[in-house]
Design a protein around this ligand. Sequence first.
Ligand code: PGA
Length: 253
Amino acid sequence: MANNMRYFIGNWKMFGVPKSINIVNKINTFIKSDKKYNRKYRVIITPPYTLLESFSKIFKKKLISIGSQNCYHKDNFSSNTGAVSPYMIKKIKAKYVIVGHSDNRAEGDTEDMLKKKVTFALKNKLKVIFCIGENKKERSNKLTFKTLKKQLSKVLEKKLNKDNIIVAYEPIWSIGTGKIPKSSDLSKTIKFIKKVLSNIFKTKKSIKVLYGGSVDSSNIGQFRSLQEIDGFLIGGASKSSKNFIDIIKNYYR
Ligand code: PGA
């Protein structure tokens, strides 16, 4: 059963003020009444840094887990203005951290930096949601698999604790565009990613791979039959409790 566990992760990006806690409260109320919760799926919300501590405190003993959208690539106190380290995130009781989102890669995160982020996050016992994905050009040049393999093997390695790593496949051309991959392509890609992960970690145990990119309550049904997808990283549609709850409801319809 545990192996079929799905993750619905809300990535708020640059959204949210203190009263946005209402959104998380409503989602929490919904999952509290849903017997499938924790048996079939889990919910994680990643608010911006400004809300991370208050949300983590409020939801510490509740059903939803809270995660950070990013972390810095150094872990000791140092003179990096505006930076937040994995240690600081762990200390406020957040449980997860997203690493390698294409927004951050576009703003200068290199694979070397990502490797440090993943390593320090795991060292601090955070669970890592590691994002990968090809851009439009790589896709049209049929370089998707090559790109994904490189993104995985440059950052992940056998000595890392694979049990605390979830991979999120987010094709860049799909994020925020309303476009989603064809089911047959997506199925092949997710299987490919799982194969690469098995090779990196030298294990037969399947590592969780999520899909992200324009997931909403109207298209979630298209993913239902793809059992190899272990859950979803949801941006735009996670900013409203109704949309987010409808995604879960429609997935299990
Ligand atoms: P989207 O974003 O759902 O708005 O496409 C997903 C993401 O960037 O994680």
